[in-house]
Design a protein around this ligand. Structure first.
Ligand SMILES: O=C(O)CCC(=O)C(=O)O
Ligand SMILES: [Fe+2]
Length: 160
């Protein structure tokens, strides 16, 4: 568990990007904001949702998405400081061990649900994310690192 502190925006009244758009390199993260809000979650329709401060927000991390073979998508989120107060947030996350091979159980892979991600070690994924190449790809780094192009997608790419 981590407790993070964010100072108010440098220019009062002007929203500040305090954490860039990303997904978490975790199985799950549970966030709790104290007093000052700021968390923003990207919804399916492209709008940003702002969870209220008195709530727990459950985020699907990259590795949970792999574990359930894409049935859940990683939560895309960012932090924008709009108020002028200090912001505190607790982040309780579950993370695979470095030597864990991240892959779905075989029950979740079949002809209707082909394997979407190549199995990988958590430590290799972290190394990629913090590389010059990986960091630029956030929030789409997972697909580039381990995504399998399906036959349907390949057909689409050839047609273009
Ligand atoms: O501060 C927050 O609300 C979110 C923090 C976050 O996204 C992270 O630490 O990965
Ligand atoms: Fe995050």
């Amino acid at each position: 568990m981590r407790i993070a502190h964010y100072g108010p925006p440098k220019t009062p009244g002007q929203p500040a990007n305090a954490m860039a758009v990303h997904t978490d390199m975790t199985f799950t993260s549970i966030l709790c904001q104290h007093e000052e809000e700021g968390l923003e979650i990207l919804s399916k329709d492209g709008s940003w949702i702002t969870p209220s401060r008195n709530s727990l927000t459950f985020l699907v991390g990259d590795e949970l998405s792999v574990l359930c073979n894409g049935r859940l998508e990683p939560t895309i989120h960012r932090v924008t400081m709009r108020g002028n107060g200090h912001r505190y947030v607790t982040n309780y996350s579950s993370v695979p061990k470095n030597e864990t091979v991240v892959q779905p159980p075989e029950e979740l892979v079949d002809t209707e649900h082909p394997l979407l991600f190549k199995p990988f070690y958590h430590s290799d994924y972290l190394r990629f994310l913090f590389s010059q190449e990986g960091i630029k790809l956030i929030p789409n780094a997972l697909k580039v690192f381990s995504g399998i192009i399906t036959a349907a997608e390949e057909g689409k790419a050839e047609a273009n």
